[in-house]
Write a protein that binds this ligand. Structure first.
Ligand SMILES: *Cc1c(COP(=O)(O)O)cnc(C)c1O
Length: 223
C-alpha cells in the first residue's frame, strides 16, 4: 500500500477529535513529501538534529512536533518553529523552553511526559514528580510556555490488558490534574497511542496518536 492509502486508512479509523501525528523519524524527506502531498501536515520526530535537518527542506506549513527526549542545550534549535513538545519531563527543561520561546517572541505548547511503562529505558515524570512540578512556584513565572496536557508511552508488550491499564492510568492522572491544578495548564490533550496500540489508546481517551510504522512501514532501525 502507498503512504497515501495508509494515511486514508488510519484517518478513517480515528475517533472524532483525535489528531494524527505522523511519526517520520528515520524516513527520508522524499517519503515525508509524499505524506505532505497526500494532505497531511502534522509531523513528529524524536531527535532535534533530524527534525531540524528535515524542517529546512520541507514546506513551511508543516506543523512539527518533538516526541522524543529533549536536552536543555538543544531547545534553542527548535524554539523558532516547533508546534508542540510532547516530552517535557522537568521544570529545568520548561524554564529553558520558556527562555528560548521568549527570545523568539512565541509561546510554545508543551505536554508533560509521564512514565507509564514497566521498562527502565523510558523517560518521563512519576506521579509524584508531576504534582511537584505543577505545584512549583516557578511555573507562575513562565509566560512563554503553555502546558496543554500529558503524554505517555505504554509498555512494549503483547499484553493488551496491561497496555489498556497504563493508558487508563494516564487518563486518570489527566482528570486529576484538570481538577486539582485547573489554572496551571490548558488541560485538553492526552498524547497516547502508537501503531500497535492506538486503537486501545483512543478507547481510553487519547486526543493525539503518534503513528509511524503503520504509515511508512517498518523502520530499518528504530529509536
Ligand atoms: C517512534 C515513536 C512512535 C511511533 O512508533 P510506531 O510504532 O512506528 O508507530 C510514537 N511515539 C514515540 C515517542 C516514538 O519515539
Amino acid at each position: 500500500m502507498s503512504i497515501a492509502e495508509n494515511l486514508q486508512k488510519i484517518n478513517n479509523s480515528l475517533h472524532p477529535g483525535v489528531q494524527l501525528i505522523a511519526v517520520t523519524k528515520t524516513h527520508p524527506v522524499e517519503r515525508l513529501q509524499e505524506l505532505y502531498d497526500a494532505g497531511h501536515r502534522v509531523f513528529g520526530e524524536n531527535k532535534v538534529q533530524e527534525l531540524c535537518d528535515k524542517q529546512v527542506l520541507l514546506p513551511k506549513d508543516i506543523q512539527w512536533h518533538l516526541i522524543g527526549h529533549l536536552q536543555t542545550n538543544k531547545v534553542k534549535y527548535i524554539a523558532p518553529f516547533i508546534q508542540l513538545i510532547h516530552s517535557v519531563d522537568s521544570i529545568k527543561l520548561l524554564a529553558e523552553i520558556d527562555k528560548q520561546a521568549e527570545r523568539n517572541q512565541r509561546v510554545i505548547d508543551c505536554l508533560l511526559q509521564i512514565y507509564l511503562a514497566k521498562e527502565e529505558t523510558k523517560f518521563g515524570l512519576s506521579e509524584e514528580e508531576l504534582y511537584d512540578l505543577l505545584g512549583s512556584d516557578k511555573l507562575k513565572s513562565f509566560s512563554h510556555i503553555r502546558i496543554v496536557g500529558l503524554m505517555g508511552m505504554a509498555s512494549n508488550t503483547e499484553d493488551r490488558d496491561q497496555i489498556r491499564s497504563e493508558f487508563r492510568h494516564l487518563k486518570r492522572l489527566f482528570e486529576h490534574c484538570k481538577l486539582n491544578f485547573p489554572e496551571k495548564a490548558d488541560w485538553k490533550e492526552i498524547s497516547m497511542g502508537m501503531s500497535s496500540d492506538y486503537s486501545i489508546a483512543m478507547e481510553e481517551g487519547s486526543t493525539m496518536v503518534r503513528v509511524g510504522s503503520s504509515l511508512f512501514g517498518q523502520r530499518k532501525y528504530s529509536q
